[in-house]
Design a protein around this ligand. Sequence first.
Ligand SMILES: Cc1ncc(COP(=O)(O)O)c(C=O)c1O
Length: 270
Amino acid sequence: MRVTQASPSPCWVVIIPNAVQAILTEYVGYTPGVELSLDGGTMTEHSVFENPFVGRQLFGPGPCNPYPEAQLALGLPLLGHLEPAFISAMDATSEMLRQVWGTQNHRTLPLSATGSAGMEAAFVNTVRPGDVVVVAVNGRFGERMAEVASRHGAEVVTVEHEYGTPVDVERVITAHPNPQMIAAVHAETSTGVVSDIKALGENKGEALLLADCVTSIGGMEIKLDDWGVDLAHAGSQKCLGVAPGLAPFTISDRAFANAAWNGRRTGIWI
Ligand SMILES: Cc1ncc(COP(=O)(O)O)c(C=O)c1O
């Protein structure tokens, strides 16, 4: 098999089935730049593209370019979920997450999910419909937490802040006398503002404290146990330098003991 490259620019060459080619052309706007010859004859079954995604630099807060080893790992053969090798890898990953999060929580693992699904897991597993949840809203993702809690039937008390300002701990703590949960975003991606989760933890009373660490994990010091955080969710696609699709998740023994599923069935499966 011989590959001829029509384009003078350096590129990776990938063979793409016609159906995928059609999608790329229609939705991404890429057209074949290379033609594949098979023993001198033109191959008609497949078209060959310059890989439009190689060399692309992602400069947003995430998804970012994965670290090379994370990128390479995506091409490895799958492991079965009950294989010893998978269980070892999962244990090692969970232990590294404990380190980066500053927690001893036994129940720390990457969920196969986006950061938003990690957020949802935090609410649906610990908040019963009708429970009071105080949400500090100082940006887009605080709004999302309030929305998720509300859709789950919680009585949501939002503490609104001007975009671009950190969470006002005093206002959040005094927003309700006895909430089941207080939720805040550690680093609000929509504004780049970091909030003092430690101060919330010191003043949370009996409430569970949920911290969204999607943007902060791996990029800032986090000490969940020292700060009194009971639950946290994160994402793999930002400072951890991995592809999207994993949501690191951790829950303390105290939060687990209060879990919404205790003694009853909930509307969720996991
Ligand atoms: C602070 C914060 N929370 C939650 C999310 C949602 O994560 P995902 O896009 O993985 O669902 C993001 C995504 O950018 C985020 O920055």
